[in-house]
Design a protein around this ligand. Structure first.
Ligand code: C5P
Length: 235
C-alpha cells in the first residue's frame, strides 16, 4: 500500500490518499482542540494512544458483528481504513448524564440514566455542530430513514459492547460520540473511538480519564490517556 498526497487535515487527524481509490490512511496528531476549535493545545502521546485504542475497539466491534471502516494498523500513528463518505451527523450515546446533557437537562453530572439514550448533532463547524433530531436530518437530506435506523441501532449495539469491555477494566463508559460513513452502499462505523470522543470515569473513584481533563483545565490529560491505555492492556 503506497501513501500518496494529503487529502484533508482535521483538528486531530490527517487523511492521505493511497494507490487504492477505496482506501485512505488516517494519521493521528497530538493536537487537541475543544469548544469547536476555540481552545487549542497538545496532549503528548495522544496520537498514538488514540490510533491504537481506536483500532483495538474497532476490532472488538467487528468480532461482535458491527461493520467498521478499519482495515489495518500500519504503525503507531497510522491506520489504513476504507474511504467512506461521512454522514454529517455526530451520534452521541449516553449512559450517565454529563457534559452538555447535564447542562441542558439541569441535572447533576454523574446521574445514571434509566436507560441509554442517543442524540444527533449536525456535523457543521461553522454552526458549532447544532443539536438536531431525526426529522431535521431527514428534512435536510443528511441521511435516509433506513440509514438513520441502521445508525441508531448500531449506536446502541456499540454501547453494549464497549460498556462491558470498559467495565472489565474498571472504567465506566459515561458517553461517547460516533460517526458513520457510506461505503459500497452500506453504513460503516467510521472516525475514531478514544478518550477524545468518550467520557471514561474510573468505576470506583469516578476520576475523569478522558478529554474533559483538557477541556476543563484539570491537568493530567497525558497520564489519564496512558492510564486508559494500560488498563485495556495496550502497554
Ligand atoms: O459535550 P457533550 O456532553 O455533548 O459530549 C458528549 C460526548 O461526545 C463526550 O464523550 C464527548 O467527548 C463527545 N464529543 C465528541 N466530539 C464532539 C462533541 C462531543 O467526541 N464534537
Amino acid at each position: 500500500m503506497e501513501k500518496r498526497e494529503q487529502l484533508y487535515e482535521g483538528k486531530a487527524k490527517k487523511v492521505f490518499a493511497t494507490d487504492d481509490p477505496n482506501m485512505v490512511i488516517v494519521s493521528y496528531k497530538d493536537d487537541a482542540t475543544a469548544f469547536n476549535g476555540q481552545k487549542k493545545g497538545t496532549i503528548d502521546g495522544k496520537g498514538s494512544i488514540n490510533n491504537r485504542m481506536s483500532n483495538l475497539l474497532f476490532e472488538l466491534l467487528e468480532k461482535n458483528g458491527i461493520h467498521t471502516h478499519f482495515v489495518k494498523e500500519l504503525n503507531d500513528r497510522e491506520t489504513l481504513v476504507k474511504k467512506v463518505e461521512i454522514v454529517p451527523l455526530e451520534v452521541i450515546v449516553r449512559n450517565v448524564g454529563a457534559g452538555s446533557f447535564a447542562k441542558r437537562m439541569g441535572i447533576e453530572e454523574g446521574r445514571t440514566l434509566k436507560c441509554p439514550t442517543v442524540e444527533f448533532s449536525y456535523k457543521n463547524d461553522a454552526l458549532g455542530d447544532p443539536f438536531i433530531n431525526h426529522w431535521y436530518a431527514l428534512a435536510l437530506n443528511l441521511a435516509t430513514e433506513e440509514e438513520i435506523e441502521k445508525i441508531t441501532e448500531t449506536a446502541f449495539a456499540v454501547n453494549e459492547v464497549l460498556r462491558n469491555f470498559f467495565a472489565a477494566a474498571g472504567i465506566e463508559l459515561i458517553d461517547f460520540k460516533l460517526e458513520f460513513g457510506r461505503f459500497d452502499g452500506k453504513i460503516l462505523l467510521a472516525d475514531e473511538i478514544s478518550p477524545d470522543t468518550c467520557r471514561l470515569w474510573d468505576s470506583k473513584t469516578k476520576e475523569k480519564l478522558d478529554k474533559d481533563r483538557f477541556r476543563r483545565d484539570m491537568g493530567g490529560a497525558e497520564e489519564a490517556y496512558q492510564e486508559v491505555f494500560s488498563r485495556i492492556g495496550l502497554f
